[in-house]
Design a protein around this ligand. Structure first.
Ligand SMILES: [Zn+2]
Length: 848
């Protein structure tokens, strides 16, 4: 790897260049006359000078009809109207700036700013969408109160804050532009109420299109649980008299925390047992909580600039993970979060798109809504809590809320409260925000004459723009087991702060080390140790994460050796897997996780790191062979095991039943390998919920069932969200040789609408993420197909095109032929005059 930085363009924004605005806006009065092709936006900005300099407002694609200052039209010498800026020359200390602009929401396919989705008006302003609505200082450190008036014949007219009259809204809480929202449409609400700990009655509404009302109950329930949890755990109460959630079909992101008016991708609101899987329910619960929690971590206390994005996102992900652990059980939730982190963030950290949790420069901020900012950002906060202890954490965060309420803050502000609360210098810890790359911790053990020693060595690999790294503060939680598997030393935390360190213990016999308990730091552990130790941990460790991890390392080791050396799957490993699968003392959800083999992408990355060029086809086949070996080992036990984990009675999305269904689904996959799909067919035909139906559908696609896709379509063609699953599953479960053809065929259907991000992701993501062996076909057809579609989407929706382009970020792992094929496609994208979003991503990936 060489030190590579993206091509610098004049538009690159640097953290170091931050400067406060010379003139700020304290209040906005904005009125909308809605029209699909010509919406008129009249705004009055209350402006106040806070330093010398010209006021430069942001705008994009606006037809400016008038600009007045204190009621007087502005002369040409007092302002300059540019393409994307409106500059005021010699503005007074306090004044009212009024503008009238016209925009066309129906033509807005970028889904940023004010746009239309199925006849409904909605907005998405994070990060820089407000400038597509009207002239304004479109940056998070300008916080203003808002009065909004919406003029339209549509029955439901929503904005932030409290409603004063039909379509007239007042938001008393100062907020940045990115939290502005407007929704207008023919919508119906499911309603409830919540009384806060301060005694305030809050009306809760989930707004959907008529006909979808019967799928809103779970989101509403999750909202109430979130509100109660934030009061109980963080002492944070809600602060308006209404909280609205709106489901929108065409949405680039998952959901958006606009003050008092959260806008959601409909797939994260709508759920019924017949249409949503357990994973959908868990996502809805978590995302509703995440957006609600932002009311304090993001909205009341926001980011000074977009480089501080992790201040709101890392913290809010940390909080939603805590919430999900409380709702669903710590161990299984933690393992799931670590799997997600490794799959998305470790991959990002290992490639050309690696960047620090707090980036130092960007061309397009939308490209930095990444797993590093979100998930690694959350891990950094988890480490902070581990290092300073729960008590200092509680004091520090209370101080943060007290000191910074109403402010736009930085990571420095954030760390300062914990330095005070814990009376600890966090200078070295702060490296977690500035150094990219996943640290590696090498562990070696020594035992002789009653002395047990653990040597620890850390290193952080070079990443783009950061060739040399300093040692980090790494909290390592560990415990010791004796040879029989009894815990001889409970969990304690030691800090690794230097390149190398040792721990020593006086012990009669060599123990079994259980280290990185609870995944106490986002690092890669390099630890060659005997299988016997791993089998002891897998059977006995009290720490669920390390227990699961022992099984994962054993499985990965078998798979890697089978891929690179043709090694057989040994009986010792298969026995251990079979024992755990049948261990009634372990939670079904845990057993389901333990039964799942490492993903194809995980194996490709691990092989690459071991100096072996990964062959996607071979990885795919070997992984299937391993599944077959496990299936053979469990063989006749499979039907009984499935029966023992049945969930009779009415469907419940709660964790216990969901865990049983997850285990059943894993077992059904194994059974399918033996019976050619007979059991899966019975499940498919009799399932009364989408979780079981999708599990069986996937199995039947795997065995090439000729009828099941048409049957599914006949049942569900009326339902957009369910059909997204149908599109995705067919691509993900096609054989690698067929995958591109299947995806291509699906894109020719009338109901493949690429302007709907969910549908686009279902098919294109179904290939890139769901079928890696198909995407990486040696003939390059997968690369060309995905590039074709990225280039078709990019002119209308650059955000989603740029995000999906990350499929290519692992290209340096592969052989020279595949690398040449990917480079050809990256070159093709670069030459096609792409959007700023896609151009930046392609430049970073080409530089690798
Ligand atoms: Zn968020």
């Amino acid at each position: 790897m060489r030190d590579a930085t993206p091509e610098q363009t004049p538009e690159t924004v640097h953290l170091a260049d931050y400067a406060p605005v010379p003139v700020t806006v304290t209040h906005l009065d904005v009125s909308f006359q809605l029209d699909p092709k010509a919406t008129r936006v009249s705004s009055r900005l209350t402006c106040k000078r806070q330093g010398p300099g010209e006021m430069v407002l942001n705008g994009e694609g606006l037809k400016t009809l008038s600009v007045t200052l204190d009621g007087v039209p502005l002369d040409a010498d007092r302002h300059t109207l540019g393409d994307r800026t409106l500059t005021l020359h010699g503005a007074p200390d306090e004044f009212l700036l009024e503008t009238v602009v016209e925009i066309a929401p129906a033509d807005n396919k970028a889904l940023s700013g004010l746009y239309m989705s199925n006849g409904m008006y909605c907005t998405q302003c994070e990060a820089e969408g407000f400038r597509r609505i009207t002239w304004m200082l479109d940056r998070p450190d300008v916080m203003a109160t808002y009065d909004v008036a919406i003029d339209s014949d549509l029955p439901v007219l929503l904005s932030n804050g409290n409603e004063r009259a039909a379509g007239v809204w007042h938001d008393p809480w100062p907020k940045p532009t990115y939290l502005f929202a407007l929704v207008a449409g023919d919508l119906v609400a499911t309603s409830d109420s919540f009384t806060t700990m301060e005694g305030k009655d809050v009306a809760l509404n989930v707004w959907v299109r008529p006909g979808d009302e019967d799928r809103t109950a779970y989101a509403l329930d999750a909202l109430k649980r979130s509100m109660a949890w934030d009061e109980e755990v963080y002492g944070r109460a809600y602060d308006l008299s209404v909280f609205n959630i709106v489901a929108v079909d065409d949405f680039n992101m998952g959901a958006m925390e606009n003050k008092g008016l959260n806008v959601f991708n409909s797939r994260y609101v709508l759920a019924s047992p017949e249409t949503a899987t357990d994973a959908d329910y868990a996502n809805i619960e978590r995302i509703v909580a995440h957006e609600y929690f932002h009311n304090w971590t993001g909205n009341r206390i926001t980011c000074r600039d977009w480089f501080q994005l992790c201040l709101k996102e890392g913290l809010t992900v940390f909080r939603d993970e805590q919430f999900s652990q409380d709702q669903r059980g710590y161990a299984v939730q933690r393992i799931g979060d670590v799997m997600n982190l490794r799959a998305r963030q470790f991959r990002e950290d290992a490639g050309p798109l690696a960047h620090p949790v707090r980036p130092e420069s960007f061309v397009e901020i939308n490209n930095f809504y990444t797993a590093t900012v979100y998930e690694k950002g959350a891990e950094v906060i988890g480490m902070l809590r581990t290092l300073i202890g729960a008590e200092a954490w509680d004091q520090g965060i209370a101080l943060y809320f007290e000191r910074h309420d109403g402010e736009a803050c930085t990571i420095e502000d954030w760390l300062a409260v914990f330095e005070e609360a814990a009376e600890r210098d966090l200078t070295q810890f702060k490296l977690w925000y500035s150094q990219a790359g996943t640290p590696r911790v090498r562990v070696t053990e020594h035992f002789s004459d009653g002395l047990y020693r653990i040597d620890l060595a850390q290193s952080v690999p070079p990443t783009p723009g950061q060739p040399d790294k300093q040692p980090m503060v790494i909290p390592l939680a560990f415990g010791l087991l004796d040879r029989e598997g009894n815990e001889s030393r409970p969990t304690e935390v030691r800090e690794l702060t230097t390149a190398g360190d040792s721990l020593t213990f006086d012990l009669a016999e060599k123990p079994v080390l259980s280290i990185l308990r609870g995944f106490s730091a986002p690092v890669i552990l390099e630890f060659d140790r005997p299988d016997a130790d791993r089998l002891t941990l897998l059977a006995h460790d009290t720490d669920a994460f390390c227990r699961w991890e022992a099984g994962r390392v054993l499985a990965k080791d078998r798979l890697m050796r089978a891929i690179s050396e043709d090694a057989e799957f040994d009986a010792g490993w298969l026995d251990a897997v079979a024992t755990l699968a049948q261990d009634d003392n372990a939670e079904p959800a845990f057993r389901a996780l333990a039964l799942a083999l490492p993903s194809e992408d995980d194996l490709a990355q691990s092989l690459h790191e071991a100096g072996i060029v990964p062959d996607p086809e071979r990885i795919h086949l070997t992984r299937r062979a391993a599944q077959m070996a496990v299936a053979e080992r469990l063989a006749n036990a499979l039907p009984d095991l499935r029966a023992a984990n049945a969930t009779p009675g009415a469907y419940s999305p709660a964790a216990e039943d969901a865990g049983k269904r997850a285990l059943s689904a894993g077992l059904l996959k194994l059974q399918t390998m033996r019976d050619g799909g007979a059991a899966a067919r019975r499940v498919y035909d009799t399932a009364d919920n989408m979780t079981d139906r999708m599990a069986a559908f996937a199995c039947l696609l795997d065995v090439g069932d000729p009828d099941v896709a048409a049957q599914f379509e006949a049942d569900w063609s009326h339902d957009r969200l369910v059909m997204d699953k149908w599109f995705m599953a067919q691509v993900a479960h096609a054989t690698p040789v067929d995958a591109v053809g299947v995806a291509e065929r699906l894109t020719k259907r009338a109901d493949f609408d690429p302007s709907n991000p969910n549908r686009f992701r279902a098919v294109i993501g179904g290939l890139t993420a769901g079928n890696p062996a198909g995407f990486h076909r040696a003939d390059g057809s997968g690369y060309a197909f995905v590039t074709d579609w990225l280039l078709r989407l990019d002119p209308s929706n650059p955000q989603t095109a740029a995000r999906m382009s990350t499929a290519f970020d692992s290209w340096r792992r592969y052989d020279a032929d595949r690398q040449a094929l990917v480079r050809e496609q990256l070159d093709r994208m670069a030459a096609a005059d792409p959007s700023r979003d896609l151009a930046e991503m392609v430049a970073r990936m080409r530089a690798a």
